[in-house]
Design a protein around this ligand. Structure first.
Ligand SMILES: [Cu+2]
Length: 647
């Protein structure tokens, strides 16, 4: 038996894992038998085309060899992944699954000094006393900015579900450059940038970011009406992608979950799982149908311009009324509620620009909504919003998220079945019309275990390449060496290029990824060094180094050039408020220095030609050896400066 047989039985009739277990029981020494089969297979297979001759024998050989990246070679894709309640974003290489970078966003990070330096504190947000407003975050969804329906390598947006914040990461440095807090919402879950301007047809790039609030709260949430369900509402928020200011919010019925945007820019949508507006768990599942809620962005912005808005609490953000009651006439409606089966999760845009697909979660179906029919409803030419649904195939238990290839197929994660199901969108539409011969479900593959998000390579652009599907699974159980009670998560790589899906790698990922995008490497252009002019407080010449005093406020200016800081020592007095400004004048790529002050809880890095600063109270007299934490030179250990705090 080869591994091929095990993984690719007709899984629609015999789930492959059960078949495997049966076979294993019959074989008795299944593990041994399998490993013999595998090694034999590895010896026989020849290296696939494109594998360099110099690659070690262990790489490039065997049926999984082509999914490995040999030493010295680069991955074909970046995978950008949210980090869940770690509050960060991660960058992996695909197909290798190698972790390249963890970008601190809403969390603190002592590697780079995120949450410690003055610059990062200003981005995260502080209380009046200068301490961080929040120390926690929960990132769920990452999406990049678009130009002409493709990633443009400019920005990446990510949500914080806990505190209702949106962050922007600039892609040239892959660092967070802006964080804003959305007013009057809780449980900010789904987010998606638009793909072209909804109003100005000439602007064919991302201009706005849409944000869905999952938890309804009393508006305003000021301690009044806490037991009055009619006071509870969710708001859908539109943020300007460039200024990162909130442009408007929409008051809706029900809640928001995930968000999708159309390629023509006209529509944004959110799936809704609690149209019942239940405040308790059991109340949230009583309706047989919830909705996918479409926003007519241009009409909403006309209403904002016309002043048909209100505000809540101290927020100045204009709020438009997008409830059902206020939007009865399609010809003037700002929103269209399309009924779909109960408690949906996930809404994804097909790359041809025609459809949004919602998953059932509590229904074994995916719902295909045709966007031009939604626009027809807004024109008053479609009688019933439900008529925009053009297919609703039964695909399996617990469908959550859908990715797309370049051949008209959709790939949906099935949480309860622990499978990925491949189904054909046009066949589903034909079947919905009554064609009994339409073969909707094309293939299934088991994953280990309980997949949440799943995504195809380039699948959120107009040009998916149909090569990979990545399944972010919620449980890994027995797939990795045990590391205590908290298991690693699995991102399983699936080759979707052939007729049959094939799981080709288990990548262990640190808890807890939710969403990723897989981006071709040539679409990302990073910079290797900063520009001194990017920092108004840069110390451009070592001669500017020194200590300046204004009362008890002391500024210490210095530069780093391997293997020395420009000030071998500096003196301050107990009680001083000390600000240290450090510019790294090394311009060599990758020559980063660190700066740590023992007992003062300070640690940060400065990349080539970058400037950072920290401010602290010199409350402990004595000698403190500030040292370089980031290996930089043969004399790295000698790279120090002595801080003397006089009594
Ligand atoms: Cu150094």
């Amino acid at each position: 038996m080869s591994i091929e047989d095990i993984k690719h039985d007709d899984a629609s009739t015999v789930p492959a894992r059960r078949r495997f277990l049966n076979s294993a029981a019959l074989a008795g020494l299944a593990g041994a038998g399998l490993s013999v089969g595998l090694s034999a297979c590895k010896q026989e297979a020849s290296a696939p085309a494109g594998t360099p001759a110099a690659a070690p024998a262990a790489h490039g050989a065997g049926e999984y060899g082509k999914y490995e990246v040999p030493p010295g070679q680069l991955d074909e894709y970046y995978s950008f992944s949210s980090g869940g309640h770690s509050g960060e974003v991660r960058i992996y290489g695909m197909p290798s699954g190698r972790l390249f970078k963890r970008i601190p966003v809403f969390n603190m990070d002592c590697l780079v000094g995120w949450g410690i330096t003055n610059e990062s504190k200003a981005i995260i947000g502080t209380k009046p006393d200068g301490s961080l407003k929040y120390h926690t975050g929960d990132t769920h969804h990452v999406h990049q900015s678009y130009t002409d329906g493709m990633y443009d390598g400019k920005y990446m947006f990510v949500n914080d579900k806990i505190h209702g914040r949106l962050a922007r990461i600039r892609m040239d440095t892959m660092e967070t450059d802006k964080i804003i807090e959305l007013p009057n919402i809780q449980g900010f879950h789904g987010t998606f940038p638009d793909k072209r301007d909804p109003v100005d047809e000439k602007i064919n790039h991302t201009t706005r970011v849409f944000c869905g609030a999952e938890f309804s709260i009393p508006l305003p949430n000021d301690g009044n009406g806490m037991n009055d369900p009619t006071k509870y509402h969710s708001l859908f928020t539109c943020v300007d992608a460039e200024s990162m200011e909130v442009r408007w919010q929409a008051l809706i019925d029900g809640n928001c979950d995930l968000v999708a945007t159309s390629f023509d820019g006209k529509l944004a949508a959110t799936n809704q799982y609690n149209t019942e507006m239940g405040a308790h768990y059991q109340d949230m599942m009583s309706s047989e149908r919830d909705a996918c809620l479409f926003f007519n962005v241009a009409r909403i912005e006309d209403a904002v311009k016309a002043g048909k808005t209100r505000t809540y609490g101290s927020s100045k953000v204009p709020v438009v009324d997008c409830t059902k009651a206020a939007n009865q006439d399609p010809k003037t409606a700002l929103t269209c509620y399309v009924p779909i089966p109960k408690n949906p999760h996930g809404v994804n845009a097909s790359p041809d620009g025609k459809y949004f697909v919602c998953s059932g979660k509590l229904s074994p179906t995916a719902t295909v909504i045709q966007l031009d029919l939604v626009l027809k409803w807004f024109d008053g030419d479609l009688k019933d919003a439900r008529d925009a649904v053009v297919a609703e195939p039964e695909i399996g238990l617990g469908p959550l998220h859908t990715g797309f290839d370049n051949k008209g197929n959709a790939y949906t994660t099935l949480f309860l079945d622990s499978q990925i199901v491949k189904w054909n969108v046009e066949a589903a539409i034909q079947s919905f019309k009554g064609d009994k011969n339409a073969k909707v479900v094309v293939d299934r593959v088991d994953v280990q275990y309980q997949p949440g998000h799943g995504f195809t390579s380039m699948g959120e652009t107009k040009a998916p390449d149909g090569k990979y599907f990545l399944s972010d699974n919620k449980f890994s159980k027995d797939r990795f060496l045990p590391v205590g009670p908290l298991h690693p998560e699995t991102a399983q790589l699936i080759d979707i290029s052939g007729d049959k899906m094939k799981v080709v790698a288990d990548h262990a990922v640190y808890s807890e990824p939710h969403d990723s995008i897989i981006v071709k490497r040539d679409l990302i252009k990073t910079r290797q060094v900063y520009n001194l002019d990017d920092f108004p407080n840069a110390i451009k010449d070592p001669k500017e180094s020194g200590v300046e005093r204004k009362g008890n406020k002391v500024t210490v200016k210095m530069v780093s050039q391997a293997p020395a800081f420009s000030l071998p020592e500096f003196t301050v007095k107990k009680g001083d408020e000390v600000t240290i400004i450090l510019t790294n004048l090394d311009k060599v790529e990758d020559l980063t220095h660190g700066f740590a002050i023992p007992k003062y809880d300070i640690n940060f890095i400065v990349n080539p030609l970058e400037t950072k600063s920290v401010t602290f109270k010199a409350d402990k007299p004595g000698v403190y050896w500030c040292y370089c934490t980031n290996f930089c030179h043969a004399l790295h250990l000698e790279m120090r400066s002595r801080m003397i705090v006089e009594k």
